[in-house]
Design a protein around this ligand. Sequence first.
Ligand code: ZN
Length: 147
Amino acid sequence: MIEERQVVCGNCGQINRLPAGRLASGARCGSCHQQLFSGRPIEVDEQGFDRHVAHSDIPLLVDVWAPWCGPCRAMAPMFERAAKELEPDVRLLKFNSDAAPSTSSRLRITGIPTLLLMRGGREISRRSGATDTWNIVAWARAGLAGS
Ligand code: ZN
């Protein structure tokens, strides 16, 4: 039996089912034909966040941020570079906490930036405060290896 993974398209939200081995090879969305992994974090709103959490078979790394937060803006380019390192093993999402207060409170976000590492719809690790690309990648890999 071929192992399949569900991947949510960052462009149109379509849920794609792919053989696990095809993830790395520039797979495209069956609906909008954009690349499923573009090497960039995906900006999500509350609905988009819930969709990824519910339907992603690959782990999610979520940057919870807000436009007024200086450390968040400082970390944004590092988080972008981390996407190039971690995709397609991990899907990176960016989540504006100001635009999503109910999800932020459900996730018990108390300060930003906060990074959340999730797998199978559950949070497995989190860290607060700005950090650099190397630390983001190392922290995510360590969290996934240990869970
Ligand atoms: Zn699509």
